[in-house]
Design a protein around this ligand. Structure first.
Ligand code: DX5
Ligand code: ZN
Length: 220
């Protein structure tokens, strides 16, 4: 299985964001995870399409945009224009989930659905075959630096089973509290893509953390 590591800029130094994304790209990241929060769907406020467009020329990696905003549809074409490769959203933030998935795909981006720790997997019943990515939250969205919620592990396994049954190369990404010391357990449950904010940006040597994560995945 191919594993991907996606540093979340939420824990980067926002005053030096261009430099920070270049540094994690040089350190071996596969994607840049871009957390968009609106102080409405989640109790925090971060960055929008302007910052996404500003970062785009600094990095060749795909921009993995995680929308924690409600409503969601209006902002999708703006993120596509700003250079997003993947756009993920929470089903609770959309009145018409199938339409929102369609909007993302029509805008030329890969589409992801994000499930919070208490959001049921049944949201995938009628959506999975249209998705490129399922993003499972292993913390409640809104803040970096929270503890991984272990009850998400069986949920990861369940979603992996559904993806296998579907037969499409859908990515299974996990977001929240991912560190070098739990990444193997999360991968064993079935994840292939790992968001890590504080674990990477909170360290002095980004490359050392990513190397450590890859070493623990390599022995699986
Ligand atoms: C939380 C965000 C995460 C966050 C993860 O709402 O979606 O992407 O940055 O941060 P860590 O890795 O510190 O838990
Ligand atoms: Zn995120």
């Amino acid at each position: 299985m191919a594993f991907r590591i996606a540093p979340s800029i939420l824990s980067a130094d926002f005053a030096r964001l261009g430099e920070e994304v270049r540094a994690v790209a040089a350190a071996g990241a596969d994607l840049i995870h871009f957390d968009v929060m609106d102080n409405h769907y989640v109790p925090n406020l971060t960055v929008g399409p302007l910052v996404c467009a500003a970062l785009k020329p600094h990095v060749n990696l795909p921009l993995d945009v995680h929308l924690m905003v409600k409503p969601v549809d209006r902002i999708i074409p703006e993120f596509a224009k700003a250079g997003a490769s993947i756009i993920s959203f929470h089903p609770e933030a959309s009145d018409h989930v199938d339409r929102t998935i369609g909007l993302i795909r029509e805008s030329g981006c890969k589409a992801g659905l994000v499930l919070n720790p208490a959001t049921p997997v049944s949201w995938l019943d009628h959506t999975l075959d249209k998705l490129d990515l399922v993003l499972l939250m292993s913390v409640n969205p809104g803040f970096g630096g929270q503890q991984f919620i272990p009850s998400v592990l069986p949920k990861i396994a369940e979603v992996r089973k559904r993806i296998q049954a579907c037969g499409k190369p859908i990515w299974l990404e996990v977001d929240g509290g991912v560190k070098a010391d739990n990444i193997a357990e999360i991968a064993r449950a079935g994840a292939d893509t790992f968001v890590a904010g504080s674990a990477i940006f909170g360290a002095k040597d980004y490359a050392a953390v990513i190397r450590d994560m890859r070493a623990r995945l390599a022995v699986l």
